[in-house]
Design a protein around this ligand. Structure first.
Ligand code: TMP
Ligand code: ASP
Length: 249
């Protein structure tokens, strides 16, 4: 059963449950970019993300990836294991886009093979700075073994999710993962969704992800709706679900 509100991030609110080891992830309709600098409300967005995340987390679990995801409990919410989160963001890039283009002087759209893995410190105030394993070791953020294991799982996730999207003619350009510990074991946490991935139509290279919002490239809702449709997810957005977001926050 859903209990008290624990905290809110930029796009999700977290609630306690009867079970102290479980939490509820409530996907809100808030869209933010550039670490909160740009903000908007996109009615129904949380519903798309909850459904896409549930679908992808299920796929990963089927392939043996340990994830915090337990089950989708309604249109906006999923039950997950409570993890002790590692304050790092693990990025995998298959195609050059976003911050790597300027940082390394690449052409947007060039393939990266093997994929490039990057680490960012999870710190909104600092704008999630780009770091490396030496920072992790010296600042004692977590152990080198945990980072190595998370990087290995990230590549496994890449293979599985890339395959899911290739089947529907979408390129998985890049994505960000977060990990946490539960009883000393590493689990994939947070979400995988078009808010945390770049997804391009293979032919037209048109984005279906949060870049639509970041760079005013088009209607985010249309992009997320299209992904659901291509994945075969029947997502309906009714007035009750829209109101639920506002009552809970
Ligand atoms: P970047 O090109 O902006 O560094 O982002 C790489 C990928 O990571 C992209 O798919 C978006 C995702 N990402 C997040 O999900 N959250 C973040 O805070 C950041 C910086 C990136
Ligand atoms: N996740 C960050 C934000 O919501 C950065 C981004 O996605 O651009 O502000």
């Amino acid at each position: 059963m859903k209990k008290e509100h624990l905290y809110s991030g930029k796009g999700k609110s977290i609630f306690a449950t009867d079970n102290p080891n479980h939490i509820i992830m409530h996907f809100r309709d808030d869209l933010t970019a550039f670490n909160g600098e740009k903000k908007e409300t996109c009615l129904g967005k949380g519903i798309y993300l909850n459904n896409i995340n549930a679908f992808l987390m299920d796929k990963l679990a089927q392939q043996g990836v340990k994830t915090s995801f337990i089950e989708k409990i309604n249109q906006r919410e999923s039950l997950t294991h409570k993890l002790d989160m590692i304050q790092l963001e693990f990025v995998v890039r298959n195609i050059a886009a976003g911050t790597i283009v300027k940082r390394v002087g690449l052409t947007k759209g060039s393939p990266l093979s093997p994929p490039i893995q990057e680490l960012f410190l999870k710190n909104d105030k600092l704008g999630d700075p780009f770091i490396n394993i030496h920072y992790v070791n010296s600042l004692k953020i977590t152990s080198a073994e945990v980072v190595a294991q998370a990087e290995k799982i990230s590549l496994q996730v890449n293979d599985i999710i890339k395959d899911v999207f290739t089947k529907i003619n979408i390129d998985l350009v890049d994505f960000k993962l977060e990990f946490g510990l539960l009883d000393g074991e590493l689990y994939l946490g947070d979400e995988i969704s078009p808010d945390t991935c770049r997804l391009w139509d293979q032919k037209s290279k048109r984005p279906f992800d949060k870049d639509l919002f970041r760079f005013d490239l088009g209607d985010v809702k249309e992009g997320y709706d299209r992904i659901c449709e291509l994945l075969g997810l029947k997502v309906t957005i009714d007035t009750h679900d829209l109101q639920a977001d506002h009552q809970d926050n």
